[in-house]
Ligand binder design. Structure first.
Ligand code: AMP
Ligand code: GLY
Length: 442
């Protein structure tokens, strides 16, 4: 079989959250893994699986980072977060055939980091998405005029990266007006919100379809459903994700084929026409409307917490698959999921999604993990934690992603919630209803 990762491969994993802990957990199961190096700002869970890279990953330190990578013979760099991709980590460090970087170059990452441009690409490729208008930094009055003239509910989005905080889903024109002023006038998101995308508010179920793309081959992973609102029954403000499960029964085989045909393939083709050889994760956030699936957004990285649920039942060598994605030999990869269902429940710190408490001792992680068994695995993936004594401390809004696999969603969600209730720190909370839209009331 052509291509594939070397027999012994030292890996640097960039990013410090729950997604990365889940990736590290799976990478550790690869027979090809040599040394695993993790981000200098890694959480306590990541630090238990790898050694902290002694070099800063910031673009201005590339020279020293490269020298260090050569010394340590790093063959694969796996980039978790979008901000590093936008900063050009793949452009700088991808040196085939010796060293691969998993994650798109800056030009491809723009699909996520520049929502206004993404809309243009989607339109040019005839990909179904919400109707939208874009307004730049000097167009405050035009944007206000537009929202006042539209009685139907709107969504206002900062065009740039805002760590999941740049989208305002509005019920009334007054809310949309405030959101526009916040971004274009008060500049609450700085330059990232200096251009806004204002779009129609779509109705339906949300599904996340993540696909690996190696430039030409597209490999769809199991479809996931995230839970964005902080409160049970989908109430309260948006978060970066309170829990996710996969596979979602909403994504039937015909629907997935439609997503591939009408959304993923035309998007990858449109990128190619722009001269962009996209390699990495193409993550389509979709709304399943009466008129079919429509794109809410594209991300160009693994989702968080979708990845925790995906890794829990991932079969096969993740390291080899990520290498092949970067190399362009994905058709030789072995990708499969264990039967059943997996569910991630995120235990959060008091105050999240506003300013969370931090520095509190976390108890109960071992007891929670003890609920797992070989046929029904369970893991506590660290997100916002840091090493402390005697145990880890909270250090972020989303603290631990308790992730369980089981024969069906009801059991997976039940086990994840049961284990989550064993994790204790000051003011901890989590949603007990992850999966509720599929399970009905529990
Ligand atoms: P995004 O970061 O673009 O995925 O937006 C975050 C969340 O806002 C999504 O997961 C949806 O819940 C919601 N959202 C974004 N765009 C729309 C839209 N056009 N209609 C309805 N909800 C939306
Ligand atoms: N779960 C949402 C995201 O990763 O953007």
């Amino acid at each position: 079989m052509k291509g594939g990762a070397p027999d012994r491969c030292n890996v640097l994993l960039a990013g410090s959250g729950g997604r990365e802990h889940a990736l590290a957990w799976k990478l550790r199961q690869s027979p090809r893994l040599g040394d695993l190096w993790v981000d200098p700002s890694a959480n306590a869970g990541l630090l238990s699986l790898g050694r902290a890279c002694p070099q800063s990953l910031e673009p201005r330190n590339r020279f020293h980072l490269e020298r260090w990578m050569e010394r340590e013979d790093i063959r694969l760099v796996v980039v978790g977060p979008e901000a590093l991709l936008e900063q050009g980590m793949a452009d700088d460090l991808h040196k085939p055939p010796h060293r691969m970087v998993f994650g798109p170059m800056r030009a491809g990452a723009r699909l996520e980091s520049d929502k206004a441009w993404c809309k243009q690409v989607l339109r040019s490729a005839n990909v179904p998405t919400a109707e939208a208008r874009t307004f730049g930094r000097d167009q405050l009055e035009a944007a206000l005029h537009f929202v006042r003239s539209r009685p139907d509910p709107l969504v206002v989005k900062a065009s740039g990266l805002c760590a999941g905080k740049g989208v305002v889903v509005c019920d009334t024109p007054a809310q949309a007006e405030t959101a526009v002023r916040d971004m274009l006038e008060r500049r609450i998101h700085g330059d990232a919100g200096a251009t806004v995308v204002i779009e129609e508010r779509l109705q339906g179920e949300e599904v996340s379809v993540l696909a690996l793309v190696d430039g030409s081959t597209i490999w769809m992973l199991e479809a996931c459903q995230d839970h964005k609102r902080v409160g049970e029954r989908d109430t309260g403000p948006n978060t970066s994700g309170m829990g996710a499960y996969c596979p979602t029964p909403l994504a039937t085989e015909p629907l997935l084929r439609q997503v591939e045909r009408e959304i993923l393939v035309p998007t990858v083709d449109a990128l190619r026409r722009e001269g962009i050889d996209f390699r990495g994760v193409l993550y389509a956030g979709l709304m399943l409307t009466h008129g079919g699936p429509k794109v809410l957004e594209f991300n160009t990285r693994f989702g968080d917490p979708e990845t925790q649920a995906l890794m829990m039942r991932w079969r096969g060598d993740l390291l080899d698959t990520l290498w092949r994605t970067a190399e362009g030999s994905l058709d030789g990869a072995e990708i499969a999921f264990a039967p059943g269902s997996s569910c991630c429940v995120v235990v959060c710190a008091e105050g999240y999604p506003g300013k969370p408490r931090s520095g509190d001792p976390i108890e109960g992680l071992d007891q929670a993990e003890a609920l797992g068994s070989s046929d029904m695995p369970l893991a506590c993936f660290h997100a916002g934690t840091k090493a402390g004594s005697p145990g880890p401390l909270t250090a972020g809004g989303r603290v631990v992603g308790v992730t369980a696999a089981a024969p069906d969603l009801r059991q997976a969600a039940g086990r994840a919630s049961e284990a989550a209730s064993m994790i204790r720190f000051q003011g901890s909370f989590f949603r007990r209803d992850i999966g509720h839209r599929m399970l009905g009331s529990r």
